[in-house]
Design a binder for this molecule. Structure first.
Ligand SMILES: C[N+](C)(C)CCCC[C@H](N)C(=O)O
Ligand SMILES: O=C(O)CCC(=O)C(=O)O
Ligand SMILES: [Fe+2]
Length: 409
């Protein structure tokens, strides 16, 4: 694992300013530089440095050629690159650089001219962008969520107005859960809701699923037993992004739904024990779904760490936690295995703190959307007849809808 961790660090170092030392400069070409009131730039041997809007930015020359937005390099109708990047000389440098008001002009050795608006460079540079790209979220425990008094969105307003849909998606993005109320308690209406924000992700459980405790499938979900907190489909290479639950009927006792913000718990682990957080993000695990019941034969395997982190900004984006479906650990040697169990215990302790548990009773008419990459769900055991319907959604398409409504996603 030491190597595994080192690998991550090296990769990160490549993005640091000192990466220059990896490319020793043999030739000391002359530097050109310029300064205007609030903009200064300098041509270095292996990069172009720009100071503008209180930001120091460093650009690779191939990058500057590759992102040319001229008509021959970029189709602004389709937002697609026409330039063949592989045809760019990897040692390319501009012949001349000139600033005119707020536009930088680069003339390349073959005479081609690339122009960049300074604001565009700030918005698209590594240095200008990296601060802003963390998804805004409100991490919660039961108290924080209750205090926020998040109101459910009405069925009609969700279906018929952009404001309703936007309010719903804003809640969903911030908290990882959101409710719609006054929904007619049928599978068809639930499907309508799902299709308003996304595409339904068809899986081995079907498109829209409908389940009760009849053990029609080889999984504990299809019984009356309690289910501890977990995320679903951990045994897919890409676990389902969103889960939709609509309880159509329950004549009996128990059966409350448990919700826990996995990102809140992970944040506690990061604060208390960064090494354990790191281990949970580095050790790959298998999850498995093996089913042989009736006509259903399935064997699914998904591999990935419990905590999934974007390497460029260290943002946590997916938690994969299902102790029922976790497969044999054989991806790391015994000593790492033991440290992993310790780290897994630390996360489990946080996930199980009573103050982090939000208990809700699903009722006909109230549809719950869960971000299955962030919020864990579980259920209390129950008696009597209980019918749930729902589906999984593709994550890309939910985020697409959110972006089209002007939300950051
Ligand atoms: C939701 N639905 C009843 C269709 C499926 C349940 C899947 C259960 C599985 N153990 C998992 O956690 O992924
Ligand atoms: O029955 C429930 O409330 C939820 C069961 C479950 O975890 C699932 O279907 O994914
Ligand atoms: Fe589940």
């Amino acid at each position: 694992l030491q190597n595994l961790l080192k690998g991550g660090v090296t990769c990160w170092a490549l993005q640091q300013p000192n990466f220059k030392s990896l490319f020793p400069l043999g030739i000391h070409g002359h530097h050109t530089a310029s300064k205007s009131l609030n903009c200064a730039w300098q041509q270095h041997e292996d990069h172009f440095e720009l100071q503008y809007a209180n930001t120091v930015m460093r650009f690779d020359y191939v990058w500057l050629r590759d992102h040319c937005r001229s008509a021959s390099c970029y189709n602004s109708k389709t937002h697609q690159r026409s330039l063949d990047t592989a045809s760019v000389d990897l040692c390319i440098k501009p012949k001349t650089v000139r600033l005119d008001e707020t536009t930088l002009f680069f003339t390349w050795p073959d005479g081609h001219v690339t122009r960049y608006d300074l604001e565009w460079l700030v918005k698209n540079s590594y240095e200008g962008q990296k601060q802003k790209i963390i998804q805004p979220r409100i991490l919660w425990n039961a108290e924080i969520y209750r205090q926020a008094q998040v109101t459910p969105v009405d069925f009609q307003s969700f279906l018929e107005t952009n404001e309703g849909l936007k309010k719903f998606l804003q809640n969903f993005l911030l908290y990882g859960i959101a409710f719609v109320e006054n929904v007619p308690p049928t599978q068809e209406h639930t499907e309508k809701l799902a299709e308003r924000i996304s595409l339904i992700r068809e899986t081995i459980y079907g498109r829209m699923w409908y389940f009760t405790s009849d053990f029609s499938r080889g999984d504990t979900a299809y019984t009356k037993l309690a289910l501890d907190r977990h995320t679903d489909t951990t045994y897919f290479q890409e676990p389902c992004g969103i889960q939709v639950f609509h309880c159509l009927k329950h004549e009996g006792t128990g059966g409350r739904t448990l919700l826990v913000d996995g990102f809140y718990a992970a944040e506690q682990v990061l604060q208390k024990s960064p090494e354990e957080f790191e281990l949970l993000s580095k050790v790959p695990l298998k999850h498995e779904y093996i089913e042989n019941v009736g006509k259903c034969h399935n064997h699914m395997i998904g591999v990935g760490p419990v905590l999934n982190i974007y390497p460029w900004n260290k943002e946590l984006y997916l938690i994969r936690y299902n102790n029922y479906d976790r497969a044999v650990i054989n991806t790391v040697p015994y000593d790492v295995v033991h440290r992993w169990y310790t780290a897994h215990r630390a996360l489990t302790v946080e996930l199980r703190r009573p103050e982090n548990e939000l208990w809700v009773k699903l009722k006909p008419g109230r549809v719950l959307f869960i971000d299955n990459w962030r919020v864990l769900h579980g259920r209390e055991s129950f008696t009597g007849y209980r019918q749930l319907c729902g589906c999984y959604l593709t994550r890309d398409d939910v985020l697409n809808t959110a972006r089209l409504l002007g939300l950051q996603a």
